[in-house]
Design a protein. Structure first.
Lengths: 213, 213
DNA sequence: TAGATTGTTAATCGATTAACAATC
DNA sequence: TAGATTGTTAATCGATTAACAATC
């Protein structure tokens, strides 16, 4: 049974991948059903929260029994849109861009890696994992729709690159540039991976070991 | 004027690096003072929130005037402990580990890169940016205190590596392994960079463009 | 049927926003 | 001094947790 989804909070969305990961772990250990309270205990969460989270999208459990793990994995996968492959490109073939080509399992995360782009003449034509690095200006001429761009360019180029890509019709960005983009662009969807912010938070937590939450 | 810090919420801590980054940007543009309302407008935030956030740590502004940007940068830097260098090691010298050695400005984020470790005999002794890859077992014999470990090992090894490192006295982790650790360890500090979770969230947001926040 | 556990409503808790007195 | 803007208290909003009736 599925629900009309209106507006789901970021907190809920943020927990879905965590549930997904943990349920796969349980499945791999031969477990095929689980109750919200037992899942909560294992994940160090609250059972009410798990039920509330899932019920944003529909009723996927069975009273007196719990949740079927295979089914729940399918459901979350479908909510996160992991089976419908979207075209993604990597913009910026520096160390980070290249690492992502190798390390990210795009296929299983809802994406088809469509191409890798850069503007450095020295590396154009080189191949990474069977992806030939192409000139970024080629994006304009693509007939295929690109759904998402991964921004791996240096911070100084983040803004102008995004201007260019939005002109090419791309509205969704996985942003590794340490540059805040939502400030300058309306109507784009951005998921930030600000590694330096993350490390600063760790620095704070390390200092305030017993005073931070 | 500084305050007795009791317990600051993760939401507040999470915004500090963002303020820090933006204030440096303003400074680089020759601006030396700003009011909370003007900062809020530029950052698409709420002025009350900025004042509340800062006042968790003390009163750093001046009525009728606003905040001195240089001073505020210093204050936040000190709150985040960015000037007191802590020893950090990278564990796992695969593509990601190597990329972090090159791309992360540890020095300016509160850390001194102390060493890079792996257990792959083929790469031991190799040098990355003047860091020689050392055998992970050497960590046990270190006389120097290691404050933080960056976990860049394959997911399957995350748990056992963490067990080993905690035995060596390391309690703070920057975790890139896609393995939840807090579930298994008490009393450790972890900052997760779950790239696959991040991409799944983007997948969700892309699908639900107009229904997600 | 009885026991277990969901789905959902209600209560609580915390974070964000508004208001305003203090003060530079 | 008058105007501006902080620091801080109070009000609102949203997210988490508890409770329980519905039901498998």
């Amino acid at each position: 049974m599925s629900k009309e989804i209106t507006k789901v909070s970021n907190s809920v969305i943020g927990r879905l991948p965590m549930y997904y990961r943990f349920l796969i772990y349980l499945k791999n250990n031969g477990i095929n059903k689980i109750s919200s309270s037992s899942l909560a205990e294992k994940m160090h969460l609250n059972a009410s929260q798990i039920r509330q989270d899932l019920n944003c999208f529909g009723g996927f459990g069975q009273q007196g029994y719990g949740y079927n793990i295979d089914y729940l994995i399918d459901v979350i996968s479908s909510i996160l849109d992991l089976t419908n492959l979207k075209n993604i490109i990597i913009v910026g073939a520096g160390k980070l861009g290249v690492t992502l080509v190798h390390d990210i399992d795009f296929q299983n995360l809802g994406f088809k890696l469509f191409g890798v782009y850069d503007n450095n003449k020295d590396i154009l034509g080189t191949s990474i994992n069977n992806n030939i690095i192409q000139d970024i200006s080629n994006i304009e001429n693509l007939k295929t729709t690109i759904d998402v761009a991964v921004l791996c360019v240096p911070k100084e180029y983040a803004k102008q690159t995004t201007v260019f890509l939005t002109k090419c019709g791309i509205k969704t960005f996985w942003n590794f540039t340490h540059q805040d983009l939502q400030i300058y662009f309306n109507d784009i969807i951005v998921e930030n991976v600000h590694l330096s912010d993350s490390l600063m938070k760790l620095s704070y937590k390390h200092k305030h070991k017993h005073t931070s939450k």
